[in-house]
Design a protein around this ligand. Structure first.
Ligand code: NAD
Length: 499
């Protein structure tokens, strides 16, 4: 059986804890690898190595640092297929979706090639008589990223690319469920010219995370994962004096107005609700048609589309829409929530509970489910399901639809489908949610904008990637400088005397 390694000081290392976790192929249900679970000593060793390397890295000109990312981008393109297979094998998503996962990380690396521009700082000439004032952006030092299973390549790159471009050293603690691709990424950074120890990959669970949160040598922590853990990490990191930006779960609504094109809305809902088996923080999990006639028309369009979804392993046909969930626990949890929806009286108009795939009976596949007539008090509405389950909440009016989304505790993404510009503008202006789509179902901003939710979907002040990442991974230092007058008249030949 394969044993995955940490990647520390430029080498694959086993760690000292002796504790391991299982990594599955979710399509077959087989354990395919063991991953070491770091202890506090392993984390300490990684932080010490990173701190030793960081000073020289910070002193390297920003354009040289950026060139490492430029080479990294071409290496990612060279190894795209290899990375995608490694990712799909542990995560279960289809190969085109795995390539998208890598591509969305690569685009942040591309954005970071322009880091020197974002790190320039500010200068005021003659802020006072003979006085200049300037502000520098300096790296925080050693910073850490703790990342989720659902985008095992993209989110680690969202974290380490800007941090490293800004002159920090980085400790990455990826998800223990699909860790292999992060070690491959760290090796590509090394091949791209990154000095050893500037990027350290430490695998593990709560023990490793707590060691990072409590380590005095770590200055900032970026987290992405579920809301309870985001909240925990934010409070423990902040209590320890670290900067923290922690991104949590979601329940994303898509309002469908009566004037929307129903085919487009149904296609959008199916792609965003069931893509990656619904394991996306930007998945639309709640459809909110406005008016009974809109709801009836939408359900009529959705049912055949949802029934036709093709579920299978990443090694299967190219027309497979989505793969298995990440673990057996995740599958059982999703099916339990589906049952709770049925018990609460929601109408299960597409029932995937009996889904089974020949030859993959032990895989973690879940068939597609579509609920109609869900209400806001049901667990399937209140909980982030993170599976191939779309809930429909019928709204009487636009006002009640927007209020529903605004009252929800999560605030990651929301979308509206309409042909009316005035309604769309009103929605974009009023909604208390961080990322908004207008006739776009998954409004994931591109690398040069920032990504982040509101309410219980994010804890901290700054977003991910875009200019915010450089604010998060740098500290501002402001210098006020006055130089006393020097000799401007040339050499003096008479002996100086005191007057
Ligand atoms: P998770 O919270 O279980 O794990 C995330 C990370 O935290 C992992 O590295 C894990 O090892 C660590 N962790 C887990 N339990 C911990 C504990 N008790 N103490 C310390 N560390 C712990 O999340 P997940 O299941 O890997 O990912 C899915 C979640 O991530 C979903 O809720 C999804 O919405 C969210 N997500 C959010 C965004 C965003 O940008 N807002 C993006 C992707 C995923």
């Amino acid at each position: 059986m394969e044993t995955i390694s940490h990647f520390v000081d430029g080498n694959r290392v086993a760690g000292t804890s002796g504790r391991h976790g299982d990594v599955y192929n979710p399509a077959t249900g087989d354990v395919i690898a063991k991953v070491p679970m770091a202890n506090a000593d392993d984390v300490h060793a990684a932080v010490l190595g990173a701190a030793a390397a960081q000073t020289a890295w910070a002193a390297t000109n920003p354009q040289r640092r950026a060139r490492v990312l430029m080479s990294f981008v071409s290496l990612l393109n060279r190894d795209m297929d290899k990375l995608a297979v490694a990712l799909s094998r542990e995560h279960g998503k289809t190969l085109p979706d795995a390539r998208g996962d890598i591509q969305r990380g690569l685009e942040v690396a591309e954005f970071c090639i322009g880091a020197p521009h974002l790190l320039k700082g500010e200068f005021t000439d003659s802020a006072g008589p003979g006085i200049d004032m300037y502000s520098m952006r300096q790296p925080v030092g050693v910073v850490a990223g703790i990342t989720p299973f659902n985008f095992p390549a993209m989110i680690p790159m969202w974290k380490f690319c800007p941090a490293i471009a800004a002159g920090n050293a980085f400790i990455l603690k990826p998800s223990e469920r699909d860790p292999s691709v992060t070690v491959m990424l760290a090796e590509l950074m090394q091949e791209a010219g990154l000095p050893d120890s500037v990027l350290q990959v430490i695998h593990g669970d709560k023990e490793a995370v707590d060691a990072i949160l409590d380590h005095p040598g770590v200055g900032a922590v970026g987290f992405v994962g579920s809301t309870p853990i985001a909240e925990y990490i934010y409070s423990r990191a902040s209590a320890n004096g670290k900067r923290a930006a922690c991104f949590g779960g979601a329940k994303n609504h898509m309002i469908v107005m009566p004037d929307a094109n129903m085919d487009q809305a149904a296609d959008a809902l199916v792609g965003s609700g069931y893509g990656a088996a619904g394991e996306r923080c930007m998945a639309v999990s709640v459809a909110v048609p406005v008016g009974e006639a809109t709801a009836d028309a939408l359900i009529e369009k959705l049912v055949p589309r949802v029934e036709a979804l093709k579920v299978g392993p990443y090694t299967g046909e190219s027309d497979i829409d989505y793969g298995p969930l990440i673990t057996r626990d995740a599958k059982d949890r999703v099916l339990g929530l589906v049952q709770s929806g049925v018990d609460a009286g929601a109408e299960l108009v597409v029932d995937g509970r009996d889904f089974s795939l020949q030859g993959y009976e032990d895989g973690f596949f879940v068939g597609p489910h579509l609920f109609d007539r869900v209400s806001a008090d049901m667990d399937i509405y209140k909980t982030e399901i993170f599976g191939p389950v779309l809930s429909t909440v019928r709204a009487e009016s636009y006002e009640s639809a927007i209020t529903l989304a605004m009252d929800n505790e999560f605030g990651n993404g929301a979308a509206i489908f309409t042909r009316d510009g005035d309604t769309a503008r009103d929605f974009a202006n009023r909604i208390n949610i961080g990322m908004v789509g207008i006739n776009v179902p998954i409004p994931v901003p591109l690398a040069f904008h920032t990504f982040g939710g509101w309410k219980k979907s994010a804890f901290g002040d700054l977003n991910q990637h875009g200019p915010d990442a450089f604010r998060f991974y740098t500290r501002t230092k402001t210098v006020t400088a006055r130089w006393p007058s020097g000799i401007k008249e040339g050499a003096a030949f008479s002996i100086p005397v005191m007057e």
